[in-house]
Design a protein around this ligand. Sequence first.
Ligand SMILES: [Zn+2]
Length: 427
Amino acid sequence: MKLIKGGRLLTGEIRDVLVEDGVISRIGADLPAGDAEVVDAAGKLVVPGLVDTHLHLWQTPLRGMTADLWAREYFHTVHPMSEYYTPEDMYWATYAGGLELLSHGVTQVFDYCHSANSPEHVDASIRGLRDAGIRATYGFGLFEREGATYRDRAHRLDDLARVAEEVRDDALVGVALAIDHRYDEKAVARARELGLGISVHGNPVGLLAEFADAGALAPDVLWVHGNYASEREIAALAASGAFLSLTPDIEMGMGKPVAVFDRAVRAGVPITLGVDVVSYACADLLTQMRLAYALHRLLDGEKERARGHVPPHRDLDVPLVSARDVVRWVTVNGARALGRTATGIEEGAPADVILVETEPFGLSMGDPAGHLVLQTTSRDIDTVFVGGEVRYTAGGLVGVDGPELSARLRETRERLLRTRDLGTTAG
Ligand SMILES: [Zn+2]
């Protein structure tokens, strides 16, 4: 039992938060500590853990491989690396990636795995997520790779069923179908039979319409990117209740159309955010929040200037995305997109909580949500709880051998590059 004492909620109120059995059991002013371990949160914001809904953790050892490259080169440079991963490489990549997220205040992730090359690869990824102690959905990918041991797609789907059974009672790690760049009726039906969520890498033109026309869009779908979606497709997404994951750094950085940010908000699509690839940018969701917020203001400002409003000011029909909206995207929406119903700093919600230091420079004068979006960096992440367990403090990751982790990641990267240069696949 833990009592997080005297922190400030995003509502602005100073409150105590009692955690029992991994769940927030009470929120109130001056709660008695009783037997609980007291965590002093004075001067700190008490914020729901951030949720990243689209990330490929297998790429963790490939950090920064694509700086200055564009989308086509990313596919030609990074994706073929998948063939060189052994299960052990998958373990260290996923484990380290999960820890890196925790250090940025991210307590839950959808790990969209393009490298589910064998049952052993899948099991190693899931072990990596479990050992990192992050709440996670493992996105079981259907991508065909050279050297993969699955006989065919049916074999992969049977293995998905095996994994679904294995994680059924896991408190932190679940599994979902991560579909590749085409509609596959059988795979979608199988995932639904198993009660699993479905995430779709959604940039091929017309793919969203294909899902919509097949009646396959529903609230259990997490659509990713959608940069090329038509108005009709965005409307279908909104009507279906499916979630959208936008990844500002990668979409802007890889030169994709970003008007979807504005169009999805206008249509009422529930938005979530992700980092996508650390082979391009850092796994820091706070940065994605600030980029998304800035991008909306950029798009609104362009519209206002086009109407002759210089210096820009707002008309009522221009949507204002508030800092509070952006916080909702990475907390409540993200958790709902990954199948959770109890979210946020609320009684009955899992105790996935971060404490954000606001001293010595002080809390923002405006909305505390604005402080999180505009004034907070990972430097300010003070404590990270997942299911009530402390996983990270300002002193570092809890229970992690840092030098060992660096050594294993370095070895993994060196081995991958050596295998690539020899032109062989992992065996
Ligand atoms: Zn992606």
